[in-house]
Design a protein around this ligand. Sequence first.
Ligand SMILES: *[C@@H]1O[C@H](CO)[C@@H](O)[C@H](O)[C@H]1NC(C)=O
Ligand SMILES: *[C@@H]1O[C@H](CO)[C@@H](O)[C@H](O)[C@H]1NC(C)=O
Ligand SMILES: *[C@@H]1O[C@H](CO)[C@@H](O)[C@H](O)[C@H]1NC(C)=O
Length: 392
Amino acid sequence: MLTFKRALVISAAVLTFLFIFRSTHSSPRPLTADSLPKPASLTKAHAAQAEQPARQETTDPPKAKPNKETTTWKGPSTASIQSPKKPKTQIPLDELHKRPLREQLDYQFPYDVESKFPAYIWQTWKYTPANGKFEDGFREAEASWTILHPTFVHEVITDTVAVHLMRHLYASVPEVLEAYNALPLPVLKADFFRYLILLARGGIYSDIDTAALKSATDWVPQEVPRNSFGMVIGIEADPDRPDWAEWYSRRIQFCQWTIQSKPGHPVLRDVVANITEETLRRKAEGRLTKDTKGIIEFTGPALWTDAIFRFFNDPEYFDMSSSKGNITWENFTGMKAPKKVGDVIILPITSFSPGVRTMGAGEDDDPMAFVKHNFEGSWKPENERHVGETYD
Ligand SMILES: *[C@@H]1O[C@H](CO)[C@@H](O)[C@H](O)[C@H]1NC(C)=O
Ligand SMILES: *[C@@H]1O[C@H](CO)[C@@H](O)[C@H](O)[C@H]1NC(C)=O
Ligand SMILES: *[C@@H]1O[C@H](CO)[C@@H](O)[C@H](O)[C@H]1NC(C)=O
């Protein structure tokens, strides 16, 4: 009954959230590490709800275009990111559903680079740590996230709860829900879940077999203004060898086992729209199979990596007039220090893949090592899902 109770608690929190959202017509200010006190006697979900800071005024003036130089901090020089936000007008739901999917998502989950990173840590697994069946091998890793982030709300969402949570978060975007429900394998749902939860709520997603080595508040140097970036990603693979394609699907591959984002980020919007459209197309053609081949391209790291490069080279977000050509893998290969492209921080391979003893990654005690991926529960048929390196 535990999972059902949790589902109810989370649903209640989400419903309250939606209600407040609807009744103010303004973007709720997300939780932040600074503003959220440690949940004491309340359940975590209740704490998240109770400590929701005051809403912004409904009459916020349109924001001045942030003049963001991407070159300021060890970053490759691209152009400045343009502010895509127009003043928001209320669109009736039946009208909204006629709009393109990306527009619907943009409307439901607006992005504001000036907002704070929500203090959430999201993980998914078959069981919560409160369940006796929760694997002992994951306990220490799971606990490390809580210990290093005492002011964050940390949730391990089970598959059952995820279904309820998605139903509430995406009630107004039925295509997304249809796609989520249609995905025939838990591994696909687990991939989709991370993008969906971060698009809607933001925070950190991390696989259940990852351990936190450093607090997320220290991932990016303090001198980088927090309102100048909205997403933090790491490099999974940088195989500098001629036969790299036998091992990896992209020459530079970004991790999707750990992602930090503010809600509504355009990369997430693109990924969610892509998976939704692709899933519904396959469903219509009767091609949604339980075949595990192709997951990496369908919902996994290849798709994620492509979406990030698509964003970096998208004239809708970047002023290309001053940029020196496209951003490609060459801009990230061999990097030892973080880079910033537009509003995205890219951490070197050591940060989320320390100790892999290859591709130039440093060890676990390297100052740049932030998250340890244990690659423990590699994809197994009996798990019917993956954690870690599941694809090769
Ligand atoms: C990306 O790399 C290319 C080739 O190495 C270089 O010419 C270009 O200036 C780099 N772009 C940025 C934005 O750093
Ligand atoms: C989704 O992204 C992939 C690139 O990873 C692309 O090949 C595919 O055409 C996209 N699908 C849709 C429906 O946009
Ligand atoms: C950059 O990418 C765009 C779209 O992928 C392509 O049309 C263009 O030719 C590329 N430009 C360069 C200089 O490679």
